[in-house]
Design a protein around this ligand. Structure first.
Ligand code: MEV
Length: 292
């Protein structure tokens, strides 16, 4: 049984969404795949290695098996995992692997879980591993499409928007970045809450800009969101370098995801010398069975 789930880009609102503000997020055309077969014991095979249940090497997969076992105990399974989504790139690879594994177990053990139930389990896994998080990544990886969070309102933005993902080459560890912002909020709560409010307004304003294809407004919103993320301390030298290079070409860009490394998204089709640039399409389908 093979299942797959998409990665995601956060267009606007990362970090602020952890504190109840709005974010706009879309599933992308890069997917993670999980193949589950009956076996006498548990084996997980992935680009990270071949292990048994192993919460260090395969934390998301191991917790996914553990959480699924609360519904239907898993004594043995052979799980093979492969992915188009670069790991720790800010593109939702952790949630995609969690959701794909849960779906492959659901198919193998015929538990008939709804997408809502798969999301609930994936949400628990996110908290098991990271201890903190808004649930945005597992949500969009399960349901696909483009959404306003936390309302879970689908946004119809068509497919006109060209978006380029530029990878910094440095890992982005979501839990570290979320904790960094939490610490800053402890020290400067009054200031940080206002930054979150400004990001909230950006996410809300982006909906009409996206629908109206208003590139002037989108450019302003992307640039301002990036400045606010920098103020939250989640940019880094590598990100600043990419954003500045793009700015010199007149192209607005911002972090997508947790930052501290990971990826930058730029409006339009971009090829930046010396960097891995990936043209992605939005609105991808959520978790699904892959027929072979
Ligand atoms: C990570 O993709 C997005 C963050 O806002 C964390 C979260 O929402 O859980 C940084």
């Amino acid at each position: 049984m093979i299942a797959s789930a998409p990665g995601k880009v956060i267009l606007f609102g990362e970090h602020a969404v952890v504190y109840g503000r709005h974010a706009v997020v879309s599933a992308i055309n890069l997917r993670c795949y999980a193949k589950a077969e009956k076996a006498s014991d548990i084996t997980i095979e992935s680009p990270l290695g071949k292990t048994s249940l192993d919460f260090k090497v395969h934390p998301y997969v191991s917790y996914a098996i553990k959480r699924f076992s609360e519904i239907r105990p898993v004594k043995g399974v052979y799980l093979k995992i492969w992915s188009d989504i670069p790991i720790a790139s800010g593109l939702g690879s952790s949630s995609a692997v969690t959701v794909a594994v849960l779906k492959s177990l659901d198919l193998l053990f015929e538990t008939n879980l709804s997408n809502e139930e798969i999301f609930e389990l994936a949400r628990k896994v996110e908290l098991d591993v990271q201890g903190i998080g808004s649930g945005t990544d597992p949500f969009v990886s399960t349901f696909g499409g483009t959404w306003l969070i936390p309302e879970r309102e689908r946004i119809d933005i068509g497919d006109y928007l060209d978006l380029t993902v530029i990878y910094t080459g440095k890992a982005s560890i979501t839990s570290d970045m979320v904790r960094k912002v939490a610490n800053l909020r402890e020290m400067y709560g009054d200031v940080i809450e206002r930054i979150f409010d400004a990001i909230d307004s950006i996410s809300l304003r982006s909906i009409s800009a996206l629908k109206d294809r208003d590139f002037e407004a989108l450019s302003f919103l992307v640039r301002t969101n990036q400045l606010l993320l920098k103020a939250l301390g989640v940019s880094c030298r590598e990100i600043d370098e990419i954003v500045n290079k793009l700015e010199n070409l007149g192209i607005p860009a911002k972090i997508t995801g947790a930052g501290g490394g990971g990826s930058v998204i730029a409006l339009g089709s971009v090829d930046l010398d010396g960097y891995k640039c990936l043209s992605v399409s939005l609105n991808a389908e959520g978790v699904r069975e892959e027929k072979v």
